[in-house]
Design a protein around this ligand. Sequence first.
Ligand code: HEM
Length: 403
Amino acid sequence: MSSLNRRRALSLGAALGLASVAGTAPAWAWSSTGSIAGTGTGADPWWVWDDEVDRLLAKLLEAGEVPAVNTAMESWVNNSDQLPSDLPSDLATYLQQVNRLPSWADRDKLRRAADFNRRKDTYLFMLYGLGSGIMSTVIPREARSVYWSAGGADMKDRAAKTFTFGYDLSDLNAFEPSGQFVVTANKTRLVHAAVRHLLPQSTRWTAVADEPKHIPISNGDILITFHSLGTFVHKKLIEWHVPMSAEDEEAFLHMWQVAIHLLGVREEFIPKTWADARAQSEQVLTPLLAPTTEGKRLAEDLLGLTAELDLGVTRGFLNEFVRYVLSDEIGDWLELRRDYAAAATIRTGWPAYIAFREGLLPVAPAGFYMFDQFVRAIAMLFLNNGTSPTTTPITIPTGNRPG
Ligand code: HEM
């Protein structure tokens, strides 16, 4: 079945309430010749997890040692920090091996990516926040995992932790010794390993999981999320005619290649070029998008939290911006109330706003200041780490969604 047909079938299935259809992974057909490894072992990323750390976290959770690990990790922040001395020895030995850049990381490219993130930050805030963030709610496996895990019950806290990841990744020193991303990525890897042990114990999650015995957050699932972030943002920047040099584009991809490696994705699955990434995304992200009950609630939580801020625009405008960035089909899935006047303003005003910002228009277009205030409010949301004055540390959960 072609991607389009499959997507239609899934959309129809979801529309008909066939919840079990939503999120079923298509057979893996992407060739590893397009990966940074250049070749594959024949492994299927839907069935590849992170064995060593998964075993460690299962043991720590069973032994009730995770709260102590979270306390020990509080002082472990910068890439150059020593590992905390009071970590369990097997966890410390494991982290010694993985808490570093891979041999293939190119520091010049990573520095260039950091500079690119700084130069294009306003677009990136908008795209990650209102694009990728909301798209995550129509990726069925992710939406259900997030909803039924501990963090799903407190989206404000969870969003703040996710901002910590994005903030550390986008920082000028992200991968330098004084930066924090390598540590943050490793903490996230531990969180994911804990979730793989915890979620299968949730009867509420297993009742809705597309494959009840499937352990969540496989390498394939992480790749899907990468496409909803990096690949999606890259595509939108091109669509929006945001000027980028070939070096910038390559550097931005390299940053994501290193990031997903640090999250435990094997090199044989990590796309080598943007063309390879797009091909993979077309196979594994696009056909899987579908609404779920959990995703709709998460989207409402996220947009509700955003709308609490003074954005200078109405909730209808916010809804329409999400529709503009993601599509009306997704907007309809999430039942985002229409505001046709706002939609028309965005359709003409946003491209003009970008053109003026990029020096391609001599005078500020109508609506410039409204867009500018909106963009600044979204940027502040990100830079203030949600609404918290300090970054919210990432901690390992010890249970699932309460209640
Ligand atoms: C936790 C990032 C892929 C499900 C986290 C956290 C971060 C993060 C920063 C820690 C924040 C927190 O605890 O709330 C990422 C990135 C991904 C990715 C960058 C890929 C590029 C996935 C996928 C799934 C998933 C594919 C599920 C299919 C979860 C869940 C939690 C979590 C359930 C824990 C929430 C909680 O109980 O607190 N992720 N993630 N993630 N992630 Fe991911």
